[in-house]
Design a protein. Structure first.
Length: 207
């Protein structure tokens, strides 16, 4: 096995995880705003959103395990789980650690959606937007490929897509109206009035 094997794995899995953070946010925005109403299917959007979230955590876990296996930085589990515990680029690594915990909270509450109050679920779920910012900062500050042209192009593309869909999300936010309490299966689809009405008519979400 190449002495650089775990380094390659950590680079690849970290980049994949970064793109998956964007993908989960985009799919969540598509589900909440129904930007492609008439072309999409809410149940499919929700299933894919949850699947992307699980894949994101798996990629992040692989990234962290590969960092422990790499013999250059000599990371330990505590370095990757406790902010500022790392001796190598402590601030940059801390951004990744905080991002991991935020994304874990978002995914865990997504699995527990039927057991949580809507307001609590939604507040925690909003951390995904903050996590995207911290992950992007971490990728640029700590990524060993950050100075390469392809990584620069990827960074521009990721930020541009995030900005476009983020703006679309802000433009669709409306003043909430009083609604009857919703069951857990409908919480995600009801994050905007348009999604709520569409969800009630068309979706029977699998949990």
């Amino acid at each position: 096995m190449s002495s650089h094997f775990w380094w390659y794995v950590s680079r690849a899995s970290g980049t994949v995880a970064w793109v998956l953070v964007l993908a989960t946010c985009v799919w969540g925005i598509l589900l909440a705003t129904r930007l492609f109403r008439g072309w999409d299917r809410p149940a499919w959007l929700l299933d894919l959103h949850r699947w992307l979230g699980s894949l994101l955590l798996a990629s992040t876990a692989l990234h962290m395990l590969a960092l422990v296996g790499d013999n250059y930085t000599h990371f330990t589990a505590s370095h990757l789980l406790v902010p500022f515990a790392s001796h190598w680029e402590p601030s940059s690594v801390a951004l990744g650690v905080v991002s991991f915990w935020m994304l874990s909270a978002v995914q865990l509450t997504s699995w527990m959606i039927k057991r949580l109050p809507k307001r609590a679920w939604r507040t925690i779920h909003l951390l995904s937007y903050l996590a995207f910012v911290t992950v992007t900062w971490h990728a640029i500050a700590a990524g060993t490929d950050a100075s390469s042209r392809w990584y620069g192009a990827l960074t521009i593309a990721v930020i541009a897509l995030a900005s476009a869909f983020g703006a679309a999300r802000l433009l669709t936010i409306r003043t909430p109206t009083s609604r009857a309490p919703l069951s857990g299966a409908n919480k995600f689809e009801s994050s905007t009035p348009s999604a709520a009405s569409e969800g009630k008519r068309n979706i029977h979400v699998r949990t």
